[in-house]
Write a protein that binds this ligand. Structure first.
Ligand code: MG
Length: 300
């Protein structure tokens, strides 16, 4: 069975690294991910450049990426202005992020959960009218750095409202890396009931070494789309000493050895990881597979 891995290093990865890369390097990273087999890529974010200098060149990145019918580029948008930029830049899909808790929403996006929900409904309608796929991410779905535990009832209610936008996909994100497999199983069941028929995607962080276990739990619960970042780049803004996004190569290994295909070439993913690690000035990366190697032996 195939599990789709969405490569998020160009957006989520680089956004959470202090180093600001050139447009050319970003495009180069995207090319390397495609060469490694990535076919859905979270490429850019259309947010205010003064808020997020790492993503200020989103239009230039999109102008430089290879255009292929088998590759879909996702742009993150939080309002109509962002959507207009995304459409003009020629992304294939937009993704909107709604925080699950009030405090996180206010601190991160400067709006209430209700306001962001309405922004998503507006974006979804306009994106669909423009012929784009539109997905929504529920961030901090597994726990909040400010409010602590997030109940499944909170997520269910939020997802019911978000489903009014007829999302092409709903993503559950463990933004601060606190989730565990039992919680994954529970949330997937609750969200499936709240938004029947909507494909689910999951985004895990390895902050507490639970990302691979959570990813496998999600797949076994029926989630066939997972986010990952080459090398595991992109730290955790709420735990500066910890790792962030689950590493693409480690996820490929765990999925492949569990009987799932991804279409990704682990050796090329490792090469892309080493390359971006060098650009970011890192002496080591969170990913384990590049150090440990495939088992058993070299993959053909
Ligand atoms: Mg992330």
């Amino acid at each position: 069975m195939m599990v789709e891995v969405v490569e998020v290093s160009p957006r989520d990865g680089l956004q959470n690294e202090p180093e600001v890369l050139s447009t050319e390097s970003k495009v180069d990273l995207i090319r390397r991910c495609i060469d490694a087999g990535a076919r859905r890529i979270e490429a850019v974010s259309f947010v205010r450049p003064d808020r997020l200098p790492q993503m200020a060149d989103a239009e230039a990145v999109m102008a430089g990426v290879p255009r292929r019918s088998d590759v879909s580029y996702i742009g993150l948008v939080l309002n109509r202005r962002g959507l207009e930029r995304a459409i003009a830049a020629g992304v294939d899909e937009v993704n909107c992020v709604v925080l699950a808790t009030e405090t996180f929403s206010q601190r991160n996006q400067g709006v209430s959960v209700d306001e962001m929900t309405r922004a998503w409904l507006d974006i979804a309608k306009a994106a669909h009218a423009a012929g784009l796929r539109a997905g929504v991410t529920v961030a901090a779905a597994f726990g909040c750095p400010f409010e602590g535990e997030v109940t499944t009832a909170t997520i269910a209610e939020l997802v019911r409202r978000l489903a009014d936008g007829e999302p092409d996909e709903i993503a559950l994100a463990d933004t601060i890396g606190v989730g565990v497999p039992a919680q994954v199983r529970e949330l997937v069941a609750v969200v499936t009931a709240a938004a029947p028929g909507v494909p689910l995607r999951a985004h895990f962080h390895d902050t507490r070494n639970t990302a691979i276990a959570n990813a496998l739990a999600a797949v076994e619960a029926g989630v066939m789309v997972l986010d990952a970042s080459v090398g595991g780049i992109g730290g955790c803004p709420f735990a500066p000493a910890a790792t962030g996004n689950v590493a693409t190569e480690d996820l490929v290994y765990a999925l492949n050895r569990s009987g799932y295909s991804t279409g990704l070439d682990d050796r090329k993913v490792i090469e892309a990881a080493a390359w971006i690690g060098g650009r970011l000035g890192k002496t080591s990366l969170p990913a384990a597979l590049g150090r440990a190697g495939w088992f058993p032996g070299e993959r053909r």
